[in-house]
Design a protein around this ligand. Structure first.
Ligand SMILES: N#Cc1ccc(Nc2nc(N)cc(-n3cnc(CCO)c3)n2)cc1
Length: 292
C-alpha cells in the first residue's frame, strides 16, 4: 500500500494552486535518519472536504505510485490522514506542472522543438516502464507532467520531467457528468461510456492528446467546444487540429486511433520520437513555435 505519515512530521507552506478535487501546498517534512533530523521540501496534495468520498481513489493513486520507482515517475512518500483531511505527500518538483510552464514560456526560445521532443521522449520512457509492468495510469495530460529541470539550450542541458500521480480516477466520476466530459479529449473514446475500459491502450490515446498539448503552445484541445459538442466530437470520429509537422501529426493520430488495438506500443512511440528528433526538423525550427 503506502507509508502512513504523521501530521507532526509536516510543516505547511504556501498554497500552490489546485487540481480538480485537490488543493496543493508546498511543505516540509521532518524526518529522522540515524537520530538527526532532516527537513525536506514536499508537495502536499489535499483532497477537498467536499470530495472526501473520493479518498479511496486518492489512496489508490498514491498506492500505484508508491509501488514503483523510475526516474521519470513522481516519488510519493505516503499519505497523511488526519481528522477530516486526506493528504498525499510527494516530492516537491521545482518548476511545477508542464501545462502552466508551457503557457508562461509560450514564445521563449528555450522551449523549442528539441526541448519539446525531449520532454515527449521522457514521457514515453515513463509510459513504456508502466506498460512493461502492465500498470494503467489513467490520467496522462500536460497538467500531470512535472518539470524538475528547465534545461539550458546554451549548455545543451536537456529538461527533466516526472509523471505525476493520476489523481482521482474517472472510474468514480458520475457517468454523463460534466467532470467526465471535461476529460475529453484526454480520455479515450471507449472509456467515456464505460470507464472500466481504462487500459494500457487508453493511456496511449491520452499520450497522443498530451503530445498535441506539448506542441501547441499553451492551447487546450477542444477548449472552445461545449460539453455536448465534445461528446459529438467522439461520435463523429473527429480528430484534433493537426500540427503542420506532418510526421508529428501522423504519430499523434496513430496514438489517437479510435480502434484501440491499432494504437502503437510505447517502444514504437519512442522509436518514432527518436526519428522526429534526428529528422530534418531544423527546417521547422526557424518557424515560430505556433507554426509547427
Ligand atoms: N509556481 C509554482 C510551483 C508550483 C508547483 C511546484 N511543484 C510541484 N510539485 C509537485 N510534486 C506537484 C506539483 N503540481 C502542480 N500541479 C499539480 C496538480 C496536477 O498534478 C501538481 N507541483 C513548483 C512550483
Amino acid at each position: 500500500m503506502f507509508h502512513k505519515i504523521k501530521k507532526e512530521e509536516l510543516t505547511w507552506g504556501e498554497s500552490l494552486g489546485q487540481g480538480s478535487f485537490t488543493k496543493i501546498f508546498k511543505g516540509k517534512r521532518e524526518e529522522y535518519i540515524d537520530c538527526d533530523s532532516h527537513q525536506m521540501d514536499v508537495l502536499l496534495k489535499v483532497l477537498d472536504h467536499t470530495h472526501r468520498n473520493y479518498s479511496e481513489s486518492l489512496f489508490e493513486a498514491a498506492s500505484i505510485m508508491s509501488q514503483i520507482s523510475h526516474k521519470h515517475l513522481i516519488l510519493v512518500y505516503g499519505i497523511c490522514a488526519v481528522n477530516k483531511d486526506n493528504i498525499m505527500v510527494q516530492e516537491y518538483v521545482k518548476h511545477g506542472a508542464l501545462d502552466i510552464y508551457l503557457k508562461k514560456n509560450k514564445n521563449k526560445s528555450r522551449v523549442n522543438i528539441s526541448w519539446k521532443l525531449e520532454v515527449a521522449k521522457q514521457l514515453g520512457y515513463a509510459m513504456n516502464f508502466l506498460e512493461d509492468k502492465r500498470i494503467v495510469h489513467g490520467n496522462i495530460c500536460a497538467k500531470n507532467i512535472l518539470l524538475t529541470r528547465e534545461g539550458d539550450a546554451m549548455t545543451g542541458l536537456p529538461p527533466f520531467i516526472k509523471l505525476s500521480d493520476p489523481g482521482i480516477s474517472i472510474t468514480i466520476l458520475p457517468i454523463e457528468g460534466k467532470l467526465r466530459i471535461d476529460r475529453i479529449p484526454w480520455v479515450a473514446p471507449e472509456c467515456i461510456g464505460n470507464p472500466r475500459n481504462l487500459s494500457l491502450e487508453s493511456d496511449k490515446w491520452s499520450f497522443g492528446t498530451t503530445l498535441w498539448e506539448i506542441f501547441s503552445p499553451g492551447d487546450l484541445p477542444l477548449n472552445s467546444l461545449e460539453p455536448s459538442q465534445k461528446l459529438q466530437f467522439y461520435q463523429d470520429y473527429l480528430r484534433l487540429p493537426a500540427p503542420k509537422w506532418s510526421e508529428l501529426a501522423h504519430l499523434i493520430n496513430q496514438c489517437m486511433a479510435y480502434q484501440y488495438s491499432l494504437r502503437p506500443c510505447f517502444r514504437a512511440i519512442i522509436r518514432d520520437l527518436n526519428r522526429l528528433i534526428t529528422s530534418d526538423y531544423e527546417l521547422l525550427s526557424d518557424l515560430p513555435p505556433s507554426e509547427i
